[in-house]
Design a protein around this ligand. Structure first.
Ligand code: G6P
Length: 611
Protein backbone atom coordinates (compact mmCIF):
# COMPACT_ATOMS: atom_id res chain seq x y z
CA UNK A 1 0.00 0.00 0.00
CA UNK A 2 0.98 3.64 0.04
CA UNK A 3 4.46 4.51 1.27
CA UNK A 4 5.85 7.65 2.88
CA UNK A 5 9.37 9.00 3.16
CA UNK A 6 10.49 12.43 4.28
CA UNK A 7 13.86 14.06 4.92
CA UNK A 8 15.25 17.18 6.57
CA UNK A 9 18.97 17.69 7.22
CA UNK A 10 22.28 18.50 5.59
CA UNK A 11 22.25 16.15 2.63
CA UNK A 12 20.54 16.44 -0.70
CA UNK A 13 17.01 15.17 -0.10
CA UNK A 14 16.19 13.79 -3.56
CA UNK A 15 18.46 10.69 -3.61
CA UNK A 16 17.31 9.85 -0.06
CA UNK A 17 13.67 10.17 -1.08
CA UNK A 18 14.06 8.14 -4.28
CA UNK A 19 16.03 5.37 -2.55
CA UNK A 20 13.51 5.32 0.28
CA UNK A 21 10.66 4.99 -2.20
CA UNK A 22 12.49 2.10 -3.88
CA UNK A 23 12.70 0.35 -0.51
CA UNK A 24 8.93 0.83 -0.14
CA UNK A 25 8.10 -0.53 -3.59
CA UNK A 26 7.45 -4.00 -2.16
CA UNK A 27 4.36 -2.70 -0.39
CA UNK A 28 2.54 -2.39 -3.74
CA UNK A 29 1.75 0.93 -5.48
CA UNK A 30 0.74 2.41 -8.79
CA UNK A 31 2.18 5.96 -8.84
CA UNK A 32 4.91 7.91 -7.11
CA UNK A 33 5.97 11.48 -6.47
CA UNK A 34 8.21 13.83 -4.53
CA UNK A 35 8.11 17.45 -3.40
CA UNK A 36 11.06 19.57 -2.27
CA UNK A 37 11.39 23.13 -1.05
CA UNK A 38 13.65 25.14 -3.34
CA UNK A 39 14.05 28.90 -3.79
CA UNK A 40 11.04 29.58 -1.52
CA UNK A 41 8.83 27.43 -3.74
CA UNK A 42 7.48 23.91 -3.58
CA UNK A 43 8.57 21.80 -6.56
CA UNK A 44 6.49 18.69 -7.16
CA UNK A 45 7.24 15.88 -9.58
CA UNK A 46 4.85 12.95 -9.68
CA UNK A 47 3.59 10.38 -12.12
CA UNK A 48 1.75 7.10 -12.57
CA UNK A 49 4.04 4.11 -12.89
CA UNK A 50 7.20 2.93 -11.22
CA UNK A 51 9.67 4.79 -9.00
CA UNK A 52 12.32 4.34 -11.69
CA UNK A 53 10.14 6.38 -14.09
CA UNK A 54 9.88 9.09 -11.44
CA UNK A 55 13.64 8.94 -10.93
CA UNK A 56 14.25 9.52 -14.65
CA UNK A 57 11.92 12.49 -14.63
CA UNK A 58 13.49 13.93 -11.48
CA UNK A 59 16.97 13.64 -13.06
CA UNK A 60 15.89 16.11 -15.77
CA UNK A 61 15.21 18.79 -13.15
CA UNK A 62 17.45 20.59 -10.73
CA UNK A 63 15.82 19.79 -7.40
CA UNK A 64 18.74 20.29 -5.09
CA UNK A 65 17.27 20.80 -1.62
CA UNK A 66 17.81 19.51 1.88
CA UNK A 67 14.12 19.09 2.73
CA UNK A 68 11.53 17.03 0.91
CA UNK A 69 8.83 14.37 0.96
CA UNK A 70 8.16 11.34 -1.25
CA UNK A 71 5.22 8.99 -1.71
CA UNK A 72 4.14 5.80 -3.43
CA UNK A 73 0.37 5.68 -3.94
CA UNK A 74 -1.91 2.62 -4.05
CA UNK A 75 -5.08 4.05 -5.54
CA UNK A 76 -8.28 4.19 -3.50
CA UNK A 77 -10.07 7.42 -4.47
CA UNK A 78 -9.44 8.19 -8.13
CA UNK A 79 -7.60 6.14 -10.71
CA UNK A 80 -3.82 5.84 -10.69
CA UNK A 81 -2.80 8.77 -12.90
CA UNK A 82 -0.32 11.66 -12.68
CA UNK A 83 -2.81 14.12 -11.18
CA UNK A 84 -4.04 11.81 -8.43
CA UNK A 85 -0.48 10.85 -7.43
CA UNK A 86 0.89 12.45 -4.24
CA UNK A 87 2.19 14.94 -3.10
CA UNK A 88 -0.87 17.19 -3.31
CA UNK A 89 -0.68 20.97 -3.12
CA UNK A 90 -3.18 23.40 -1.69
CA UNK A 91 -4.52 25.93 -4.16
CA UNK A 92 -1.92 28.54 -3.27
CA UNK A 93 0.89 26.01 -3.77
CA UNK A 94 2.17 26.86 -0.29
CA UNK A 95 1.69 23.44 1.24
CA UNK A 96 2.48 19.94 -0.05
CA UNK A 97 1.05 16.84 1.60
CA UNK A 98 1.64 13.10 1.33
CA UNK A 99 -0.91 10.83 2.96
CA UNK A 100 -1.52 7.14 3.64
CA UNK A 101 -5.00 6.07 4.71
CA UNK A 102 -8.45 7.36 3.80
CA UNK A 103 -10.23 10.59 4.74
CA UNK A 104 -13.79 9.26 5.08
CA UNK A 105 -15.51 12.67 5.18
CA UNK A 106 -13.49 14.12 2.32
CA UNK A 107 -16.49 14.87 0.11
CA UNK A 108 -18.18 16.97 2.82
CA UNK A 109 -14.93 18.90 3.32
CA UNK A 110 -14.46 19.31 -0.42
CA UNK A 111 -17.99 20.60 -1.01
CA UNK A 112 -17.64 23.08 1.83
CA UNK A 113 -14.32 24.38 0.53
CA UNK A 114 -15.51 24.47 -3.09
CA UNK A 115 -18.45 26.60 -1.92
CA UNK A 116 -15.86 29.00 -0.48
CA UNK A 117 -14.11 29.18 -3.85
CA UNK A 118 -11.36 26.57 -3.40
CA UNK A 119 -10.42 24.88 -6.68
CA UNK A 120 -9.46 21.20 -6.72
CA UNK A 121 -7.24 19.39 -9.21
CA UNK A 122 -7.58 15.70 -8.34
CA UNK A 123 -10.21 13.13 -7.43
CA UNK A 124 -8.43 12.17 -4.22
CA UNK A 125 -9.54 12.35 -0.62
CA UNK A 126 -6.05 13.64 0.26
CA UNK A 127 -6.43 16.92 -1.62
CA UNK A 128 -9.37 17.86 0.64
CA UNK A 129 -7.08 17.58 3.62
CA UNK A 130 -4.31 19.79 2.26
CA UNK A 131 -6.88 22.40 1.24
CA UNK A 132 -8.44 22.22 4.69
CA UNK A 133 -5.04 22.82 6.32
CA UNK A 134 -4.62 25.76 3.96
CA UNK A 135 -8.02 27.13 4.99
CA UNK A 136 -6.98 26.97 8.66
CA UNK A 137 -3.66 28.67 7.78
CA UNK A 138 -5.67 31.64 6.53
CA UNK A 139 -7.27 31.90 9.96
CA UNK A 140 -4.43 31.03 12.35
CA UNK A 141 -1.27 31.82 10.34
CA UNK A 142 0.31 29.04 12.40
CA UNK A 143 1.42 25.97 10.43
CA UNK A 144 1.34 23.38 13.23
CA UNK A 145 -1.92 24.73 14.65
CA UNK A 146 -3.50 24.61 11.18
CA UNK A 147 -2.54 20.95 10.79
CA UNK A 148 -3.94 20.16 14.24
CA UNK A 149 -7.20 21.99 13.56
CA UNK A 150 -7.65 20.29 10.19
CA UNK A 151 -6.96 16.86 11.67
CA UNK A 152 -9.50 17.41 14.39
CA UNK A 153 -12.12 17.88 11.65
CA UNK A 154 -11.37 14.78 9.62
CA UNK A 155 -12.83 11.31 10.04
CA UNK A 156 -10.74 8.46 8.78
CA UNK A 157 -7.15 7.32 8.93
CA UNK A 158 -3.87 8.96 8.14
CA UNK A 159 -0.14 8.75 8.23
CA UNK A 160 0.96 12.04 6.69
CA UNK A 161 3.75 14.51 6.21
CA UNK A 162 3.27 18.12 5.16
CA UNK A 163 5.72 20.85 4.18
CA UNK A 164 5.16 24.59 3.98
CA UNK A 165 7.09 26.91 1.65
CA UNK A 166 7.02 29.63 4.33
CA UNK A 167 8.80 27.31 6.77
CA UNK A 168 11.68 25.65 4.91
CA UNK A 169 13.10 24.18 8.12
CA UNK A 170 10.12 22.10 9.20
CA UNK A 171 8.34 18.83 8.41
CA UNK A 172 5.05 18.17 10.16
CA UNK A 173 4.01 14.50 10.43
CA UNK A 174 0.92 12.96 12.01
CA UNK A 175 -0.55 9.54 12.50
CA UNK A 176 -3.95 7.97 13.08
CA UNK A 177 -4.44 4.41 11.87
CA UNK A 178 -1.47 4.37 9.52
CA UNK A 179 2.04 3.88 10.87
CA UNK A 180 4.84 6.45 10.89
CA UNK A 181 8.34 6.27 12.21
CA UNK A 182 10.87 9.08 12.70
CA UNK A 183 14.50 8.22 11.97
CA UNK A 184 16.94 10.13 14.16
CA UNK A 185 20.29 10.85 12.50
CA UNK A 186 23.15 13.22 13.17
CA UNK A 187 21.55 16.65 12.69
CA UNK A 188 19.19 15.06 10.18
CA UNK A 189 15.81 13.41 10.48
CA UNK A 190 13.79 11.01 8.37
CA UNK A 191 10.11 10.11 8.40
CA UNK A 192 8.78 6.90 6.90
CA UNK A 193 5.76 4.67 6.93
CA UNK A 194 8.06 1.67 7.25
CA UNK A 195 11.51 1.49 8.84
CA UNK A 196 12.94 -0.33 5.81
CA UNK A 197 12.89 3.00 3.91
CA UNK A 198 15.42 4.56 6.30
CA UNK A 199 17.44 1.70 7.82
CA UNK A 200 20.30 2.49 5.39
CA UNK A 201 20.68 5.90 7.09
CA UNK A 202 19.95 5.34 10.76
CA UNK A 203 18.96 2.58 13.14
CA UNK A 204 17.61 4.99 15.79
CA UNK A 205 13.89 5.44 15.48
CA UNK A 206 10.89 6.84 17.30
CA UNK A 207 7.49 5.36 16.55
CA UNK A 208 4.58 7.79 16.51
CA UNK A 209 1.50 6.60 18.34
CA UNK A 210 -2.14 6.98 17.33
CA UNK A 211 -3.33 10.58 17.38
CA UNK A 212 0.14 12.11 17.56
CA UNK A 213 1.83 14.84 15.58
CA UNK A 214 5.60 15.37 15.18
CA UNK A 215 7.17 18.73 14.45
CA UNK A 216 10.56 17.99 12.95
CA UNK A 217 13.11 20.76 12.40
CA UNK A 218 16.79 20.73 11.51
CA UNK A 219 17.63 20.98 15.21
CA UNK A 220 15.37 18.26 16.63
CA UNK A 221 11.83 17.00 16.90
CA UNK A 222 8.89 17.45 19.22
CA UNK A 223 5.94 15.09 19.59
CA UNK A 224 2.49 16.20 20.75
CA UNK A 225 -1.01 14.86 20.56
CA UNK A 226 -3.30 16.30 17.91
CA UNK A 227 -4.98 18.05 20.87
CA UNK A 228 -1.60 19.65 21.71
CA UNK A 229 -0.63 17.65 24.82
CA UNK A 230 3.16 17.12 25.04
CA UNK A 231 4.42 13.54 24.59
CA UNK A 232 7.76 11.97 25.56
CA UNK A 233 8.86 8.96 23.59
CA UNK A 234 11.91 6.70 23.83
CA UNK A 235 14.29 6.29 20.90
CA UNK A 236 14.33 2.62 19.82
CA UNK A 237 16.72 0.55 17.71
CA UNK A 238 15.70 -1.05 14.41
CA UNK A 239 16.22 -4.78 14.90
CA UNK A 240 17.03 -5.83 11.34
CA UNK A 241 19.95 -5.24 8.98
CA UNK A 242 20.10 -3.74 5.51
CA UNK A 243 21.13 -7.10 4.05
CA UNK A 244 17.89 -8.63 5.30
CA UNK A 245 15.96 -6.34 2.99
CA UNK A 246 18.17 -6.99 -0.03
CA UNK A 247 17.90 -9.87 -2.49
CA UNK A 248 21.27 -11.39 -1.58
CA UNK A 249 21.90 -13.01 -4.97
CA UNK A 250 18.41 -14.43 -5.51
CA UNK A 251 16.37 -13.42 -8.57
CA UNK A 252 13.45 -12.35 -6.41
CA UNK A 253 12.70 -11.63 -2.76
CA UNK A 254 10.05 -14.33 -2.84
CA UNK A 255 12.61 -16.97 -3.85
CA UNK A 256 15.03 -15.76 -1.18
CA UNK A 257 12.28 -15.92 1.42
CA UNK A 258 11.21 -19.43 0.36
CA UNK A 259 14.81 -20.62 0.57
CA UNK A 260 15.36 -18.91 3.94
CA UNK A 261 12.72 -21.05 5.60
CA UNK A 262 14.99 -23.64 7.24
CA UNK A 263 16.55 -20.70 9.09
CA UNK A 264 13.38 -18.70 9.76
CA UNK A 265 11.56 -21.77 11.07
CA UNK A 266 14.45 -22.36 13.45
CA UNK A 267 14.44 -18.68 14.47
CA UNK A 268 10.74 -18.89 15.32
CA UNK A 269 11.27 -21.74 17.78
CA UNK A 270 14.71 -20.71 19.09
CA UNK A 271 14.81 -20.68 22.90
CA UNK A 272 11.13 -21.55 23.12
CA UNK A 273 11.15 -25.35 23.25
CA UNK A 274 11.59 -27.17 26.55
CA UNK A 275 12.93 -30.62 25.54
CA UNK A 276 13.11 -31.90 29.14
CA UNK A 277 9.55 -30.97 29.89
CA UNK A 278 8.13 -31.88 26.50
CA UNK A 279 6.65 -28.39 26.35
CA UNK A 280 7.23 -24.82 25.20
CA UNK A 281 7.81 -21.46 26.90
CA UNK A 282 6.68 -18.22 25.28
CA UNK A 283 7.98 -15.19 27.19
CA UNK A 284 5.48 -12.83 25.56
CA UNK A 285 2.55 -14.86 26.93
CA UNK A 286 3.83 -15.15 30.50
CA UNK A 287 1.33 -12.61 31.83
CA UNK A 288 -1.68 -14.22 30.17
CA UNK A 289 -0.86 -17.91 30.25
CA UNK A 290 -3.30 -18.59 33.09
CA UNK A 291 -6.04 -16.86 31.07
CA UNK A 292 -5.19 -18.98 28.03
CA UNK A 293 -5.13 -22.19 30.09
CA UNK A 294 -8.66 -21.44 31.29
CA UNK A 295 -10.10 -19.84 28.17
CA UNK A 296 -13.64 -20.83 27.25
CA UNK A 297 -12.94 -20.24 23.62
CA UNK A 298 -10.23 -18.90 21.33
CA UNK A 299 -11.15 -16.75 18.35
CA UNK A 300 -8.42 -16.38 15.76
CA UNK A 301 -8.81 -13.37 13.50
CA UNK A 302 -6.67 -12.41 10.50
CA UNK A 303 -6.65 -11.73 6.76
CA UNK A 304 -5.12 -13.44 3.73
CA UNK A 305 -2.30 -15.88 4.35
CA UNK A 306 -2.39 -15.17 8.08
CA UNK A 307 -6.03 -16.31 8.08
CA UNK A 308 -4.95 -19.59 6.50
CA UNK A 309 -2.37 -20.00 9.28
CA UNK A 310 -5.24 -19.38 11.71
CA UNK A 311 -7.24 -22.25 10.19
CA UNK A 312 -4.33 -24.62 10.76
CA UNK A 313 -4.20 -23.24 14.31
CA UNK A 314 -7.85 -24.17 14.82
CA UNK A 315 -7.18 -27.78 13.88
CA UNK A 316 -4.09 -27.91 16.11
CA UNK A 317 -5.58 -26.25 19.19
CA UNK A 318 -8.84 -28.16 19.16
CA UNK A 319 -7.06 -31.46 18.54
CA UNK A 320 -4.36 -31.18 21.22
CA UNK A 321 -5.34 -28.45 23.68
CA UNK A 322 -9.08 -29.23 23.51
CA UNK A 323 -10.16 -25.59 23.51
CA UNK A 324 -12.98 -24.61 21.13
CA UNK A 325 -11.56 -22.37 18.40
CA UNK A 326 -13.22 -20.18 15.79
CA UNK A 327 -11.39 -18.56 12.91
CA UNK A 328 -12.80 -15.35 11.51
CA UNK A 329 -11.91 -13.06 8.64
CA UNK A 330 -11.11 -9.84 10.50
CA UNK A 331 -13.17 -7.82 7.99
CA UNK A 332 -16.28 -9.86 8.84
CA UNK A 333 -15.69 -10.14 12.56
CA UNK A 334 -15.48 -6.40 13.09
CA UNK A 335 -18.87 -5.64 11.56
CA UNK A 336 -21.04 -8.58 12.54
CA UNK A 337 -21.69 -7.86 16.23
CA UNK A 338 -20.01 -11.06 17.48
CA UNK A 339 -20.68 -12.55 20.91
CA UNK A 340 -17.51 -12.11 22.94
CA UNK A 341 -17.14 -12.68 26.65
CA UNK A 342 -14.38 -11.93 29.14
CA UNK A 343 -13.39 -15.59 29.10
CA UNK A 344 -12.66 -15.51 25.38
CA UNK A 345 -9.16 -15.06 24.07
CA UNK A 346 -8.68 -13.43 20.69
CA UNK A 347 -5.54 -14.23 18.72
CA UNK A 348 -4.82 -11.69 15.98
CA UNK A 349 -2.34 -13.03 13.42
CA UNK A 350 -0.61 -10.51 11.17
CA UNK A 351 2.77 -10.55 9.46
CA UNK A 352 2.90 -6.76 9.12
CA UNK A 353 1.06 -5.97 12.33
CA UNK A 354 -0.62 -3.13 10.43
CA UNK A 355 -3.54 -4.72 8.56
CA UNK A 356 -6.43 -2.32 9.10
CA UNK A 357 -9.18 -4.93 9.42
CA UNK A 358 -7.20 -7.11 11.83
CA UNK A 359 -6.41 -4.07 13.94
CA UNK A 360 -10.07 -3.03 14.01
CA UNK A 361 -11.14 -6.58 14.92
CA UNK A 362 -8.78 -6.73 17.87
CA UNK A 363 -9.90 -3.29 19.08
CA UNK A 364 -13.51 -4.49 18.90
CA UNK A 365 -12.67 -7.60 20.95
CA UNK A 366 -10.69 -5.54 23.46
CA UNK A 367 -13.59 -3.14 23.91
CA UNK A 368 -15.80 -6.08 24.71
CA UNK A 369 -13.50 -7.25 27.49
CA UNK A 370 -11.66 -10.15 25.85
CA UNK A 371 -7.94 -10.83 26.25
CA UNK A 372 -6.21 -10.10 22.96
CA UNK A 373 -2.99 -11.78 21.88
CA UNK A 374 -0.92 -10.95 18.79
CA UNK A 375 1.16 -13.20 16.57
CA UNK A 376 3.15 -10.67 14.52
CA UNK A 377 6.36 -10.45 12.58
CA UNK A 378 7.09 -6.71 12.63
CA UNK A 379 8.43 -5.55 15.98
CA UNK A 380 7.00 -2.15 16.93
CA UNK A 381 3.94 -2.62 14.70
CA UNK A 382 0.56 -1.32 15.80
CA UNK A 383 -1.03 -4.73 16.41
CA UNK A 384 2.01 -5.82 18.43
CA UNK A 385 1.65 -2.70 20.57
CA UNK A 386 -2.11 -2.78 21.02
CA UNK A 387 -2.50 -6.40 22.13
CA UNK A 388 -2.36 -7.43 25.81
CA UNK A 389 0.39 -9.94 25.07
CA UNK A 390 1.91 -11.66 22.09
CA UNK A 391 4.53 -13.68 20.32
CA UNK A 392 6.82 -12.41 17.58
CA UNK A 393 7.45 -14.95 14.86
CA UNK A 394 11.01 -13.62 14.23
CA UNK A 395 10.95 -14.41 10.51
CA UNK A 396 12.82 -11.19 9.62
CA UNK A 397 11.50 -8.61 7.13
CA UNK A 398 9.28 -10.18 4.48
CA UNK A 399 9.50 -8.18 1.26
CA UNK A 400 7.79 -10.39 -1.37
CA UNK A 401 4.10 -9.45 -1.48
CA UNK A 402 3.12 -13.12 -1.49
CA UNK A 403 3.74 -14.26 2.06
CA UNK A 404 5.89 -17.40 2.41
CA UNK A 405 8.31 -17.49 5.32
CA UNK A 406 5.89 -15.60 7.55
CA UNK A 407 3.28 -18.35 6.98
CA UNK A 408 5.56 -21.19 8.08
CA UNK A 409 6.76 -19.17 11.06
CA UNK A 410 3.16 -18.39 12.06
CA UNK A 411 2.53 -22.15 11.97
CA UNK A 412 5.59 -22.77 14.15
CA UNK A 413 4.34 -20.28 16.74
CA UNK A 414 0.84 -21.79 16.67
CA UNK A 415 2.45 -25.23 17.18
CA UNK A 416 4.36 -23.86 20.18
CA UNK A 417 1.20 -22.39 21.70
CA UNK A 418 -0.63 -25.67 21.07
CA UNK A 419 2.14 -27.69 22.69
CA UNK A 420 2.26 -25.40 25.72
CA UNK A 421 -1.52 -25.41 26.23
CA UNK A 422 -1.89 -29.14 25.59
CA UNK A 423 0.71 -29.81 28.27
CA UNK A 424 -0.62 -27.20 30.72
CA UNK A 425 -4.18 -28.48 30.38
CA UNK A 426 -3.15 -32.10 30.80
CA UNK A 427 -4.15 -33.36 27.37
CA UNK A 428 -0.62 -34.33 26.31
CA UNK A 429 1.73 -36.51 28.32
CA UNK A 430 5.30 -35.47 28.90
CA UNK A 431 6.52 -38.38 26.73
CA UNK A 432 4.27 -37.32 23.86
CA UNK A 433 5.35 -33.71 24.35
CA UNK A 434 8.98 -34.79 24.07
CA UNK A 435 8.17 -36.44 20.74
CA UNK A 436 6.61 -33.20 19.51
CA UNK A 437 9.70 -31.20 20.55
CA UNK A 438 11.96 -33.67 18.74
CA UNK A 439 9.85 -33.52 15.62
CA UNK A 440 9.73 -29.74 15.65
CA UNK A 441 13.51 -29.57 15.88
CA UNK A 442 13.73 -31.85 12.83
CA UNK A 443 11.61 -29.50 10.68
CA UNK A 444 14.40 -27.21 9.34
CA UNK A 445 16.31 -30.18 7.86
CA UNK A 446 13.14 -31.58 6.34
CA UNK A 447 12.35 -28.21 4.77
CA UNK A 448 15.90 -28.14 3.40
CA UNK A 449 15.31 -31.55 1.84
CA UNK A 450 12.16 -30.25 0.10
CA UNK A 451 13.99 -27.18 -1.21
CA UNK A 452 16.36 -29.53 -3.01
CA UNK A 453 13.40 -30.44 -5.24
CA UNK A 454 13.37 -26.92 -6.69
CA UNK A 455 14.63 -28.03 -10.16
CA UNK A 456 12.09 -30.82 -10.31
CA UNK A 457 9.30 -28.41 -9.31
CA UNK A 458 10.50 -25.96 -11.96
CA UNK A 459 10.05 -28.71 -14.59
CA UNK A 460 6.52 -29.37 -13.30
CA UNK A 461 5.86 -25.63 -13.55
CA UNK A 462 6.91 -25.72 -17.18
CA UNK A 463 4.33 -28.43 -17.85
CA UNK A 464 1.47 -26.52 -16.22
CA UNK A 465 2.38 -22.87 -16.78
CA UNK A 466 -0.20 -22.30 -19.53
CA UNK A 467 -3.25 -23.51 -17.62
CA UNK A 468 -6.12 -21.08 -17.03
CA UNK A 469 -7.47 -22.68 -13.85
CA UNK A 470 -6.22 -24.92 -11.09
CA UNK A 471 -7.81 -26.71 -8.19
CA UNK A 472 -6.06 -27.44 -4.89
CA UNK A 473 -7.48 -30.15 -2.63
CA UNK A 474 -6.67 -31.30 0.88
CA UNK A 475 -8.38 -32.65 3.98
CA UNK A 476 -8.03 -31.81 7.67
CA UNK A 477 -4.63 -30.12 8.19
CA UNK A 478 -4.08 -30.04 4.43
CA UNK A 479 -7.28 -28.13 3.67
CA UNK A 480 -5.82 -24.75 4.77
CA UNK A 481 -2.68 -25.70 2.84
CA UNK A 482 -4.83 -26.16 -0.27
CA UNK A 483 -6.29 -22.69 0.28
CA UNK A 484 -2.83 -21.20 0.75
CA UNK A 485 -1.35 -23.03 -2.27
CA UNK A 486 -4.18 -21.73 -4.47
CA UNK A 487 -3.77 -18.22 -3.07
CA UNK A 488 -0.03 -18.25 -3.87
CA UNK A 489 -0.73 -19.26 -7.47
CA UNK A 490 -3.45 -16.69 -8.11
CA UNK A 491 -1.59 -13.85 -6.36
CA UNK A 492 1.54 -14.02 -8.47
CA UNK A 493 0.67 -15.87 -11.72
CA UNK A 494 -2.90 -14.53 -12.20
CA UNK A 495 -4.11 -18.08 -12.89
CA UNK A 496 -7.53 -18.62 -11.39
CA UNK A 497 -7.04 -21.14 -8.59
CA UNK A 498 -9.33 -22.45 -5.88
CA UNK A 499 -8.57 -24.36 -2.72
CA UNK A 500 -11.20 -26.80 -1.49
CA UNK A 501 -11.68 -29.51 1.10
CA UNK A 502 -11.11 -32.60 -1.08
CA UNK A 503 -14.46 -34.22 -0.29
CA UNK A 504 -16.40 -30.99 -0.79
CA UNK A 505 -15.19 -30.97 -4.40
CA UNK A 506 -18.18 -33.14 -5.24
CA UNK A 507 -20.49 -30.26 -4.37
CA UNK A 508 -19.38 -27.94 -7.13
CA UNK A 509 -15.81 -27.75 -8.40
CA UNK A 510 -16.03 -31.26 -9.84
CA UNK A 511 -18.07 -29.70 -12.64
CA UNK A 512 -14.91 -27.87 -13.75
CA UNK A 513 -12.72 -30.93 -14.04
CA UNK A 514 -11.71 -32.02 -17.54
CA UNK A 515 -8.51 -33.11 -19.25
CA UNK A 516 -7.08 -29.59 -19.01
CA UNK A 517 -7.59 -29.07 -15.30
CA UNK A 518 -4.55 -29.43 -13.03
CA UNK A 519 -5.63 -30.67 -9.62
CA UNK A 520 -3.04 -30.35 -6.87
CA UNK A 521 -3.82 -32.85 -4.12
CA UNK A 522 -1.98 -32.63 -0.82
CA UNK A 523 -1.98 -36.22 0.36
CA UNK A 524 0.57 -37.11 3.02
CA UNK A 525 0.12 -40.50 4.69
CA UNK A 526 -2.16 -39.93 7.66
CA UNK A 527 -5.38 -41.17 9.18
CA UNK A 528 -7.46 -39.88 6.31
CA UNK A 529 -5.18 -41.01 3.50
CA UNK A 530 -7.59 -43.60 2.09
CA UNK A 531 -10.32 -41.00 1.80
CA UNK A 532 -8.02 -38.65 -0.09
CA UNK A 533 -7.12 -41.53 -2.43
CA UNK A 534 -10.85 -41.87 -3.20
CA UNK A 535 -11.00 -38.17 -3.98
CA UNK A 536 -8.07 -38.57 -6.38
CA UNK A 537 -9.98 -41.40 -8.08
CA UNK A 538 -12.94 -39.05 -8.52
CA UNK A 539 -10.68 -36.52 -10.23
CA UNK A 540 -9.07 -39.16 -12.46
CA UNK A 541 -12.48 -40.50 -13.49
CA UNK A 542 -13.11 -37.03 -15.01
CA UNK A 543 -9.66 -37.01 -16.66
CA UNK A 544 -8.25 -34.31 -14.39
CA UNK A 545 -4.43 -34.06 -14.20
CA UNK A 546 -3.32 -34.87 -10.66
CA UNK A 547 -0.20 -33.33 -9.12
CA UNK A 548 0.22 -34.96 -5.71
CA UNK A 549 2.22 -33.71 -2.77
CA UNK A 550 2.84 -37.00 -0.96
CA UNK A 551 5.35 -38.95 1.08
CA UNK A 552 8.29 -40.84 -0.44
CA UNK A 553 7.06 -44.35 0.30
CA UNK A 554 3.52 -44.06 -0.97
CA UNK A 555 2.97 -46.65 -3.72
CA UNK A 556 -0.76 -45.91 -3.99
CA UNK A 557 -0.41 -42.22 -4.80
CA UNK A 558 2.65 -42.87 -6.96
CA UNK A 559 0.56 -45.27 -9.01
CA UNK A 560 -2.34 -42.86 -9.44
CA UNK A 561 -0.96 -39.35 -9.86
CA UNK A 562 0.47 -37.97 -13.11
CA UNK A 563 3.11 -36.10 -11.10
CA UNK A 564 4.31 -36.58 -7.53
CA UNK A 565 6.27 -34.21 -5.32
CA UNK A 566 7.74 -36.24 -2.46
CA UNK A 567 8.07 -34.68 0.96
CA UNK A 568 9.36 -36.22 4.19
CA UNK A 569 6.94 -37.47 6.83
CA UNK A 570 6.27 -35.65 10.07
CA UNK A 571 3.53 -35.49 12.69
CA UNK A 572 0.17 -34.68 11.18
CA UNK A 573 -0.24 -31.33 12.92
CA UNK A 574 3.20 -30.15 11.79
CA UNK A 575 2.77 -31.40 8.22
CA UNK A 576 1.47 -28.07 6.77
CA UNK A 577 4.90 -26.57 7.54
CA UNK A 578 6.34 -29.04 5.03
CA UNK A 579 3.54 -29.46 2.50
CA UNK A 580 3.22 -25.74 1.74
CA UNK A 581 6.88 -25.46 0.63
CA UNK A 582 6.49 -27.23 -2.77
CA UNK A 583 3.32 -25.23 -3.42
CA UNK A 584 5.19 -21.97 -2.84
CA UNK A 585 7.87 -23.09 -5.28
CA UNK A 586 5.31 -24.28 -7.84
CA UNK A 587 3.52 -20.91 -7.79
CA UNK A 588 6.85 -19.07 -7.97
CA UNK A 589 8.18 -20.95 -11.00
CA UNK A 590 4.86 -20.82 -12.87
CA UNK A 591 4.67 -17.03 -12.32
CA UNK A 592 8.28 -16.50 -13.46
CA UNK A 593 7.67 -18.59 -16.60
CA UNK A 594 4.58 -16.51 -17.37
CA UNK A 595 6.70 -13.35 -17.12
CA UNK A 596 4.89 -12.00 -14.07
CA UNK A 597 6.33 -9.50 -11.60
CA UNK A 598 6.61 -11.98 -8.74
CA UNK A 599 7.60 -9.60 -5.97
CA UNK A 600 5.09 -6.88 -6.85
CA UNK A 601 2.03 -8.54 -8.35
CA UNK A 602 -0.52 -6.24 -9.94
CA UNK A 603 -3.12 -4.63 -7.68
CA UNK A 604 -1.82 -6.30 -4.50
CA UNK A 605 -0.25 -4.67 -1.48
CA UNK A 606 2.05 -6.12 1.13
CA UNK A 607 0.40 -4.40 4.00
CA UNK A 608 -3.26 -3.47 3.64
CA UNK A 609 -3.67 -0.42 5.82
CA UNK A 610 -7.11 0.58 4.53
CA UNK A 611 -10.28 -1.40 5.12
C1 G6P B 1 -2.11 -8.68 2.11
C2 G6P B 1 -0.84 -9.42 1.69
C3 G6P B 1 -0.93 -10.89 2.10
C4 G6P B 1 -1.20 -10.99 3.59
C5 G6P B 1 -2.44 -10.18 4.01
C6 G6P B 1 -2.54 -10.08 5.52
O1 G6P B 1 -3.18 -9.15 1.37
O2 G6P B 1 -0.66 -9.33 0.29
O3 G6P B 1 0.29 -11.54 1.79
O4 G6P B 1 -1.37 -12.33 3.94
O5 G6P B 1 -2.35 -8.86 3.51
O6 G6P B 1 -1.44 -9.36 5.98
P1 G6P B 1 -0.85 -9.43 7.44
O7 G6P B 1 0.32 -8.48 7.41
O8 G6P B 1 -1.93 -8.98 8.36
O9 G6P B 1 -0.43 -10.83 7.70
Amino acid sequence: MCGIVGYIGKQSAVPILINGLKRLEYRGYDSAGIAVLKDSKIKVIKRAGKVVDLENLVALNNLDSSIGIGHTRWATHGEPNDVNAHPHLDQTASLALIHNGIIDNYSVIRKKLEAQGYRFQSETDTESLVQLISAFMEITHDFVKAVQLALSEVDGTYGLVVINKEQPDMLVAARLGSPLVIGVGDDEYFVASDASAIVGHTRQVVYLDEGEIAIITRGGYEIKTIANEPVTRQVEQITFDLEQIEKGGYDHFMLKEIFNQPQTILDSMRGRLLPDKGSARLGGLREVVHILNNANRIIITACGTSWHAGLVGEYMLEHYARIPVEVEYASEFRYRNPIITENDVIIAISQSGETADTLAALREAKNRGATVIGICNVVGSTIARETHAGVFIHAGPEIGVASTKAFTSQLVVLSLITLMLARNRGFLSREDGEKVVKEMLALPDKVQEILQLADEIERIADEFKDCDNALYLGRTYQFPVALEGALKLKEISYIHAEGYPAAEMKHGPIALIDKNMPVVVIAPQNGIHEKVVSNIQEVLARKGRVIAVCNHQDPIIHELAETCINIPRTMDFLSPILSIIPLQLLAYYIAVKRGCNVDQPRNLAKSVTVE
